[in-house]
Design a protein around this ligand. Structure first.
Ligand code: SDX
Length: 432
């Protein structure tokens, strides 16, 4: 990152001027540093949805929305998906480097060591209604981890945070599996020390004393890749929530719980569930693809093409291409078929050749194909956003830690454009 000695001159209506530094980031993107604008001119900027606003400097994730490029710490997503498992990518996100074999195996054992839940948390989880939304359980349980595993005053802060990171990475997987078990009235299964991260998750989800379940290697491989696809995505809605909450120096559990809440929405992490609802509706209503496209384009019709469109990508989301390939791989190797995939591929084909979508740069995003694969792994649709959170957790943690080492460490506190009432006097209640 370099700061240009040329300035951007902002000339304001009353002749007032502001000379802003021009920042060049490591990939050539340019930004105008307005951090002194209000102090020098009294003006603020207005940018709803932060569409043109950089909230921080970060070295974790790089996206080129025009070219469809996604990299974690400089490694291309395609390269990571083909050569790493999720634990290696989680290590990369949190520690900044890829582990060697010994480091990876030690990390996996450390995560397994911390994968148990406090017995009282299990009792707490047991009392949720079986039809509770899984994100309500995940969010509450993540925040509750701070009650059961508090950061100790006498322990070194960096040691505290390292332990919290490990507990979170491991226990979120256990909470996710136990949420499924609670929804289905099944006993909780303890993790196995010898199992990998994804093997343990699938085993804790599906093993019972009468089905002799052992994790299918094809499913384990697919799950590793799907979680890698979700591991980070720069300053998206939920990661911004994590950074904002972290900027008040709230603990990591609280910041990640905030990230879960932001992810929950159908415009963000809830979209993978909405995609399955949409594909199932097209199938059940025997809707033609042309009819579905027409409805998605009709502003007066609530039907939306979920899994399409993106704030940053103005071409194919690279994750959507990989998710589609994973889906086809699982189908071919397990000789299964899902008619929803045919519907999804026909929708993609028609929409990406329709001017409404092309002119608005609307293409499949990460959520368009992932749900179909999750379903083939036996994971129910209402758990998809939980799966997204499991994948995104290393990214959330990395951004929380990055803020802690940021030289500014400012608390996040945007300004506003006030549209309310001028001063008015309170009338006594009997005169109102
Ligand atoms: C994720 O930020 C991230 O990085 C997020 C994420 C991550 O990894 O963290 O990538 C994960 O959240 C992916 C997105 C998941 N959401 C969905 O699939 C929901 C459907 N998509 C839309 O809600 C929408 O595309 C957003 C929310 C994703 C993006 O919204 P923007 O950037 O604010 O764009 P917009 O809503 O202003 O849309 C621009 C135009 C509008 O039409 P016009 O007013 O110009 O006529 O495109 C239309 C929109 O109506 N449009 C759609 C559409 N998405 C946008 N029309 C039909 N179907 C859609 N899906």
């Amino acid at each position: 990152m370099t700061i240009d000695n040329k300035k951007a001159k902002i000339i304001l209506e009353d002749g007032c001027e502001f000379d802003a530094d021009i920042i060049h980031d490591n990939m050539g993107s340019k930004s105008i540093d307005i951090s002194g604008l209000r102090k020098e001119t009294g003006y603020i900027t207005y940018d709803p949805g932060f569409m043109n606003t950089g909230s921080c400097m970060s070295s974790i994730c790089y996206i080129d929305g025009e070219k469809g490029i996604l990299r974690y710490r400089g490694y291309d997503l395609e390269d990571l998906v083909s050569k790493c498992d999720f634990i290696e990518v989680a290590y990369l996100m949190v520690k900044g480097t890829l582990p060697n074999l010994e480091e990876r195996n030690k990390y996996m054992q450390l995560l397994n060591k911390h994968s148990l839940l406090h017995v009282n948390m299990k009792q707490f989880l047991r009392n949720y209604p079986s039809d509770a939304h899984p994100m309500s359980i995940l969010t509450a349980m993540i925040a509750s981890l701070s009650a059961f595993y508090p950061e100790l005053e006498e322990r070194d802060p960096e040691e505290n945070i390292d332990l919290t990171v490990t507990r979170l990475l491991s226990k979120m997987r256990t909470i996710a599996a136990y949420t499924y078990r609670q929804m289905n009235g099944l006993e909780f299964i303890d993790p196995k020390y010898e199992y990998s991260y994804c093997e343990n998750f699938l085993n804790m989800m599906f093993h019972t004393s009468v089905n002799g379940y052992t994790p299918n290697p094809v499913h384990v491989n697919a799950l590793n890749k799907l979680l890698i696809l979700h591991a980070d995505h720069e300053q998206n809605c939920s990661t911004t929530a994590v950074r904002l909450v972290g900027s008040s120096e709230a603990n990591l559990y609280a910041a990640v719980a905030a990230g879960c809440c932001a992810l929950w929405g159908p415009r963000h992490g809830g979209a993978n569930m909405e995609v399955m609802n949409m594909l199932s509706k097209i199938q059940n209503d025997k809707m033609s693809i042309d009819e579905a496209i027409r409805k998605a384009k009709d502003k007066n019709d609530p039907f939306r093409l979920s899994g399409f469109g993106h704030r940053v990508y103005k071409t194919f989301d690279p994750r959507a291409k990989i998710a589609k390939r994973i889906c086809l791989e699982v189908m071919e190797t397990t000789h299964t078929n899902d008619p929803l995939l045919d519907i999804a591929m026909e929708l993609e084909e028609k929409a990406t050749h329709d001017d409404y979508f092309v002119s608005r740069h609307l293409y499949p995003n990460v959520d368009f194909y992932t749900g179909i694969t999750f379903r083939m792994l036996g994971i129910p649709a209402n758990l998809y956003t939980v799966m997204f959170a499991m994948g995104r957790l290393p990214g959330w943690i990395a951004h929380y830690l990055e803020w802690r080492h940021d030289e500014y460490m400012k608390i996040g506190r945007p300004r506003q454009v006030y549209t309310g009432s001028p001063l008015r006097e309170v009338k006594p209640i009997n005169e109102r």
